[in-house]
Design a protein around this ligand. Sequence first.
Ligand SMILES: [Zn+2]
Length: 137
Amino acid sequence: MTLAPGLLIKKSKINGKGCFAIVSFRRGKKIAEYTGERITDLEARRRARKRRYLRICDIDGRVSLDGSRGGNGTHYINHSCRPNAYMKNLYGHVLFFALRDIAPGEEITVDYEQTLLPDSKRCHCGAENCRGTINKL
Ligand SMILES: [Zn+2]
């Protein structure tokens, strides 16, 4: 796996492995693009059912990217109810941006809000304002 510049994958306190910054990212700056195999949402739902860790990102309600095939480390970005990054869909590309200044060593997190995980999937992000589930119900 070739990681996007400035990123490192290691064990996370939140969930399994996580994606960590090894450089600083200034607030508002692009962190990386979500890469992976382009698949239909139907195929995404089929794969999601069999996975403990999802690693699939929906682009537009029709096409998804499966980061477990051809991902650059961004597919390890965990959910947090108090994230330091956010995702933005720009012309069919999913990009991660820093929500605030991120220092080297920090785990990069986003609020995924809606995932292919079941709505009952519990969140263990540890934030004070944790809503208890990964999907925003
Ligand atoms: Zn949470």
